[in-house]
Design a protein around this ligand. Sequence first.
Ligand code: F6R
Length: 262
Amino acid sequence: MEIIIQPDAESASRAAARVVARLLREKPDAVLGLATGSTPLRLYQELIRLHREEGLDFSRVTTFNLDEYVGLGPDHPQSYHHFMWSNLFDHLNVNPAQIHIPDGLAADIQAACAAYEDKIVAAGGMDVQVLGIGSDGHIGFNEPTSSLASRTRIKTLTPQTVADNARFFEGDEAKVPHHCITMGIGTIMAARCVIMLAFGSGKADAVAASVEGPVAAMMPASVLQHHPVAKFFLDEAAATKLTHAPYYRWVYDHKPGWQHDV
Ligand code: F6R
């Protein structure tokens, strides 16, 4: 794992955007795994800026989103379809036919999940997967006790995640769907590179447990310790509980030039 601690969420997001931009310049038809929530917004804003100001081309890119709420259609303002179009896709030259987001209204959810997995495989797998982390350590909506080998399926949100996400639903927990379709942990682990973003003190415990604690289904993001190319982009607040933070900073500051991709 590579732990990159930046002064704030803006600089951490810009550093993460440089990894994505470099990938796209080397491989214009890259497959991107994308996340929603508040955390990746600055990354997406930077990718939009790079597209507008530096011509970063998304025309050949394929995307797969991590998850979607069951029962919310694409027009629902809190659906992840709506989120992705308004915060990213509407501002880039991505081919709409190449955009994939789980269907929260699928009549046969199991079949839709299996088809989603098949599409990821057919596209060649994700080159990079962007992740946020839940305060309980979830990635995608793989809540604690999720199988570390799981694939795309329906999951039930924990009460903590429902409470965390109520802020997007006028603060009303009753409006938060309890079920979602999410890529599995095995699906995420198959990505060739993982970019984890975590900002704010509310993520500090989950980040420390994931990076420095034991690998455990109770802390899903800890599975990234098994990933060969997992990069954590943190702001200072999210890094406060890391006991080896000085070492991570030293490593990053002394990275050999040839290795510097951020
Ligand atoms: C979103 C997702 C979730 C979020 C996590 C953090 O697609 O899969 O795992 O990344 O819940 O959410 P925020 O960024 O809102 O704190």
